[in-house]
Design a protein around this ligand. Structure first.
Ligand SMILES: NC(=O)c1ccc[n+]([C@@H]2O[C@H](COP(=O)([O-])OP(=O)(O)OC[C@H]3O[C@@H](n4cnc5c(N)ncnc54)[C@H](OP(=O)(O)O)[C@@H]3O)[C@@H](O)[C@H]2O)c1
Length: 434
């Protein structure tokens, strides 16, 4: 394949402009290192008159991004618009059907449409790169696809969302409330105006479904994935987790189980000085537990213009060098529909309740735990620490011995029906392998 390529770019926001600037800045070194000559033939976005960090006069403007895919002079289309359907989806389909290379940073697109994209890209034998879609600048897709191709992956887990990690880090280190930490993330440009997908765990779930697909040979799917966000974590939870020797992090974990794959996103307790507990701010980390290589840990910047555009550039270099792999590392016909097994082995849990100040409430509370097979390992009860709106109740924090998730769910259902507690309890799993 010629190392001279013509590029079309749809989406000129944070990442789109970052890619254009990064390409132009590195033009000489791309030529020197990889013999890569490129031309940006055309660009497209919603609003032609918007002020941007690139000079639009240097490029041909396409009102409709689909025309980039139809242009005979363009070899490679880069989609940096976002969204699981709409223009991102239409552009992907049109580009693949026109047998051009396609690069995206869009995890929602891949997670939702992985099956059809895998089928079409396999049938048309086209390049499809998405290194930037998971964990920003961390080269996790290439590591899974080529670095570990002979190894068997048992589970893959990590911190996959920088915004929620920033919020949890600030609640922990600066004693901020969830709302204040979120506002700080928004002021610093780490969180979108609508940060729902970062906070409710959906962004991490999209990324986990992609990692799981490559690791275990399935089509990406959110079906049967347990997704819990960080909205219900209080500042005091960080304080108590710390007393037990842990930090609270939003963890995504996919594990190969007998008869299926278990996928979950949840705030979990991780060792405070371990490989996950020390990852702070907007950073991401991915741990891959394998048969031959033990546990590999990749940590780095999870988002932002610099790391994300660098990942897009690495895909561009692969395209120019003719390096091609199947979308999820296996031909379409060899991939399986997601076979779920959410059976999670017994593990310890952090349990926090606000117990109303009335005679006998502690005894009634512990008897519910006992009835559901939950044994207490450690307990903290502080009369002096109340939540602002919970003056007549006292926080009780428990670390359980290993217990199955059915027992936890059953205790939860029973507790919320009683008048013993003033706020829904939270149960957070304690992650062992970190
Ligand atoms: N930001 C990050 O740190 C990050 C990290 C990893 C992956 N990503 C992914 O990268 C992609 C882009 O993210 P971003 O942060 O750069 O988003 P962004 O700043 O909101 O930019 C989106 C761009 O898409 C354009 N656009 C929207 N609708 C369009 C349409 N119908 N036709 C043509 N253009 C349209 C917008 O045009 P206007 O500029 O004219 O409004 C804008 O230029 C997303 O898939 C995101 O998930 C982002």
């Amino acid at each position: 394949m010629s190392n001279s390529i013509n590029i079309g770019i749809a989406g000129l926001g944070t990442i789109g402009c970052g890619v254009v600037n990064n390409l132009l800045r590195n033009q000489e070194s791309l030529k020197e290192k990889y013999g890569l000559d490129f031309e940006i033939i055309g660009v497209s976005a919603s609003n032609k008159t918007k002020k941007r960090s690139i000079n639009l006069e240097d490029f041909n403007w396409y009102d409709d991004p689909i025309d980039l895919a139809k242009d005979k002079n363009i070899d490679l289309v880069i989609e940096l618009v976002g969204g699981e359907k709409g223009i991102a989806y239409d552009l992907a389909i049109e580009t693949i059907n026109n047998k051009k290379g396609f690069i995206t940073a869009n995890k929602a697109l891949l997670s939702t449409n992985g099956k059809i994209l895998s089928e079409l890209s396999c049938k048309n034998n086209v390049f499809f790169g998405y290194e930037a879609a998971v964990a920003g600048g961390i080269p996790i897709i290439k590591t899974l696809k080529s670095g570990l191709f002979l190894d068997k992956i048992n589970n893959i887990f990590g911190i996959l969302n920088g915004t929620s990690n920033f919020i949890l880090s600030r609640m922990n280190s600066a004693n901020k409330s969830f709302e204040d930490a979120l506002s700080e993330a928004q002021e610093l440009g780490y969180a979108e105006a609508d940060p729902s997908f970062d906070i409710n765990g959906m962004d991490a779930a999209h990324k986990l479904s992609i990692l799981s697909a490559i690791s275990f040979g399935e089509f990406p799917s959110l079906e049967n994935t347990s997704v819990i966000g960080i909205e219900n974590i209080q500042t005091i939870d960080h304080k108590y987790a710390k007393e037990f020797g842990y930090k609270i992090k939003l963890i995504g974990k996919s594990s190969l189980m007998k008869g299926g794959i278990s996928k979950e996103i949840s705030p979990m307790l991780v060792k405070k000085d371990g490989s996950l507990g020390t990852v702070e701010g907007v950073s991401n980390v991915v741990c891959i537990n394998t048969d031959y290589n033990g546990t590999l840990i990749l940590e780095g910047e999870g988002a932002g213009e610099g790391p994300t555009s660098a990942s897009v550039l690495s895909d561009i270099v692969d395209f120019a060098q003719g390096i091609k792999s199947h979308l999820f590392n296996k031909p379409f016909d060899d991939l399986l529909d997601s076979t779920n097994n959410n059976e999670i082995s017994k593990r310890c849990y952090y349990l926090r309740v606000f117990l109303v100040d009335q005679k006998g409430s502690m005894a009634k509370f512990t008897s519910i735990l006992e009835k559901n097979g939950i044994s207490i390992d450690q307990v903290i009860q502080r009369g002096d620490l109340h939540l602002k709106d919970e003056k007549n109740s006292t926080p009780v924090i428990i670390l359980t011995y290993p217990v199955d998730s059915d027992s936890i769910n059953s205790a939860f259902s029973e507790l919320i029906k009683t008048d013993l507690i003033s706020l829904n309890p939270i149960f957070l799993p304690v992650l062992k392998d970190n």
